[in-house]
Ligand binder design. Structure first.
Ligand code: UPG
Length: 472
């Protein structure tokens, strides 16, 4: 175990505990960045050793932030060395969540030996067991949600009813207790819900963990009122006034006055390439931080992009190898499209790319961060939901907000490349209602984080609530 020197006696000391997946971590680090910039807090972030480098931009911006680095607890279902969901993919959530629960005792030990321990814990909703930890330590806990308010309702409802015969046997689940009574096919429900095994005690602990979030002292959601009002208000009704804060899009709140976000921004040759492209002429293709496509999916995408004739930036994560060939990109593809497309193998600064005037469409898996980032950039989405909350997000994007079209659906589906090429070409070439609505929604997102905007007010209220906590 390693940690930094004791915090200042005048500040409120807060422990931030992110869940090790970029889609969860980045917005919580944006929130942490904001708290650190605000002042009045001493902040300790808890991570395991392989996660520490991911904090680098934040720690560089705020050297006062301290770290608590605890060894990653082993788990039989995890390969040695895996500490982050991207190391194994979405199916790694269950063993990672289960393994991290073992940090309960080391954290208690750290608290008891600390001269001025934290007065609150802010932790990801995938770490629901920290509610028990906070109860044990007799301090408040804030549940942080990097998902839509609708998803919070759907998830809680699924976990409440998951053991009932009706839930088990119905192919379609109707959520009558949620505003507008949405219904979803079983296969569209969050991955953890679909993977649940009643006979496994660890799954039942995980269920209890997720539901424990509802007992948290406060709940912070990365969303904003004009996007999610009905569901956010319903959360307020259930949790009680003064406990639910819609503070998103957090990547905008984390940005400095010049619009740059120190946690997300990085210089990139892609931006230089985009500088040479006309406005709204490029489709950006990226499926989040952890999804690895199959060879067939990569081939279909490559073919679709080629047939579209469109300019593109395509971020390819490592491809799952099933047949021993070295990669899934068709031979000669990169040469054939070199005058109009960039293929990036690795990590890009997505927020910077989406904000570039040349980007006119986002082919996305509809992860919640990608959803918020596309909205905040005013870019329409070509949606291909695959897993987790993505089907629910796609429904919001297409049906509720009208800023997206669906191009495919399912983790193992392979789009038809002719059709894909056509949709990409069309979406870039004409002024669609989706594009106009996306631009309008961007104004709402930007307005929400401006002084007196809904997220700005909720953030003020949240900070005030934290600062009021008694010091040790
Ligand atoms: O090359 C990349 C790839 C991703 N990102 C960023 O990484 C985040 C990715 O988050 P998201 O779009 O939500 O996708 P996932 O990484 O797949 O996120 C997981 O976590 C999210 C939050 O719970 C869920 O909504 C998703 O469905 C789930 O897959 C975003 O901020 C992106 O800007 C980059 O900056 N560069």
């Amino acid at each position: 175990m390693s940690s930094s020197p004791p915090p200042s006696a005048t500040n409120r000391h807060v422990l931030v505990f992110p869940y090790p997946a970029q889609g969860h971590m980045l917005p919580l680090l944006d929130l942490t960045n904001h708290l650190a910039s605000h002042g009045g807090f001493t902040i300790t972030i808890l991570v395991t050793p392989k996660i520490l480098p991911l904090l680098h931009p934040l720690l560089q911006t705020h050297p006062s932030i301290q770290t608590l680095v605890l060894p990653f607890p082993s788990h039989p279902k995890l390969p040695v060395g895996a500490e982050h969901v991207s190391h194994i993919g979405n199916h790694g959530n269950f063993p990672i969540m289960t393994a991290l629960r073992q940090l309960h005792d080391p954290i208690v030990e750290w608290f008891s030996s600390h001269p001025s321990p934290p007065v609150a814990i802010i932790s990801d909703f995938f770490l629901g067991w920290t509610q028990c930890l906070a109860d044990h330590l007799q301090i408040p806990r804030v549940a942080f949600y990097s998902v839509s308010s609708l998803l919070v309702h759907v998830m809680n409802s699924c976990w409440v009813h998951i053991k009932t015969d009706c839930f088990r046997s119905s192919p379609v689940i109707e959520f009558t207790e949620i505003p507008k009574s949405p219904s979803f096919k079983k296969e569209q429900l969050p991955s953890l819900v679909k993977q649940y095994q009643d006979s496994d005690p660890d799954w039942n602990l995980l269920r209890d963990d997720v539901l424990a979030n509802t007992c948290s002292w406060a709940c912070v959601v990365d969303t904003f009122e004009n996007l999610d009002l009905e569901y956010l208000d319903h959360l307020r009704k259930l949790w009680g006034e003064g406990r639910v804060f819609g503070v998103g899009p957090l990547h905008l709140i984390g940005a400095a006055k010049d619009g740059r976000n120190p946690i997300r921004e990085s210089s990139s040759e892609i931006l230089t390439w985009l500088d040479k492209c006309p406005d709204d002429s490029v489709v950006y293709v990226c499926f989040g931080s952890q999804k690895q496509l199959s060879r067939q999916q990569v081939e279909a995408l490559a073919s679709g992009l080629e047939k579209s004739g469109a300019r593109f930036v395509w971020v390819v994560k490592t491809i799952h190898e099933t047949d021993g060939r070295s990669n899934g990109i068709p031979v000669g593809f990169e040469d054939r499209v070199s005058n109009r497309g960039i293929l990036v193998k690795g990590w890009v600064s997505q927020v910077a790319i989406l904000n570039h005037r040349a980007v006119g469409g986002f082919l996305s898996h509809c992860g919640w961060n990608s959803v918020l980032e596309s909205i905040a950039s005013g870019v329409m989405v070509l949606g291909w939901p695959m897993e987790a909350d993505q089907f629910i997000n796609a429904r919001l994007l297409v049906e509720d907000w009208g800023v997206a079209v669906r191009i495919c659906e399912g983790a193992n589906s392979v789009p038809e490349s002719e059709e894909l090429g056509k949709v990409i070409a069309e979406s870039l070439s004409r002024d669609s209602s989706e594009k106009m609505k996306a631009k309008a929604l961007k104004r709402e997102a930007v307005g929400a984080v401006r002084p007196n905007g809904s997220s700005w007010k909720d953030m003020q209220a949240f900070i005030y609530k934290l600062i009021q906590l008694p010091q040790n």
